[in-house]
Design a protein around this ligand. Sequence first.
Ligand code: SAM
Length: 244
Amino acid sequence: MATICSEAGDEINDPGAAPYGNFINYYTFNPPENRLSLIPATLVQDLGYSRDKDTLILDVGCNSGELSVAFYKHVVPEEESHRRTVHLLGFDLDERLIERAQQTNPHPDSITFIPLDITGDVGRLQEFLTRRGCPRFHLCVCLAVTMWVHLNHGDSGLLRLLSRLASLSQHLLLEAQPWKCYRSAARRLRKLGRSDFDHFKALKIRGDLAGHARRHLEEDCGMELIQSYGSTSWDRQLLLFRRI
Ligand SMILES: C[S@@+](CC[C@H](N)C(=O)[O-])C[C@H]1O[C@@H](n2cnc3c(N)ncnc32)[C@H](O)[C@@H]1O
């Protein structure tokens, strides 16, 4: 089996086969309910987005789309789906996962999946916004992605990711993996006899990852923390930020 998880929430896996966290069966060991049970179903209304206007949600690193779809259904109840104009755009750098997400998408009118690397050219996200006349996404969801960008692109890559998310969103829901997950990912890679993640040993941002992310978003990106939804069963905080 390529992936298992521990109760502590380490992404114990075969990172050699999924060096970006692009696990093919992610939702068999981290089902959407683990996170959704912490997020209020009234989130979109709570943030002040009305029924009459388009609400745009961005899901960063959406894997095979299961959480994206479950999140959409969670915040847009069935009986409201025909009245509300909530659109979710999910993207992932792994094209196979996106193909799977597209094939199983139950709401192609409201949910769109595209292949895209958040560390590269994000012109397609800007196009999406421009077509809908919005300067940014109302809500950007970035769950369990920061560690993979950090390991593959280093400290500067992590900070660039956070800055980019802040510039793209009015509200940002962030789940940053804690440091123990980094150690597990690197250890597994070594056990497989493969070389370390390019940046692992050189990372200066370590320890309290959620705290580091919060500081950068608040001090350098014009955002403020407005809500913490507690910790998942994997001991990860779900933090909600707002553009000031
Ligand atoms: C551990 S999975 C989390 C999936 C989903 N966000 C969730 O929480 O259920 C991490 C996902 O981030 C994606 N990813 C990693 N780096 C990325 C990047 N630079 N751009 C887009 N997606 C990325 C991976 O392909 C993978 O599907």
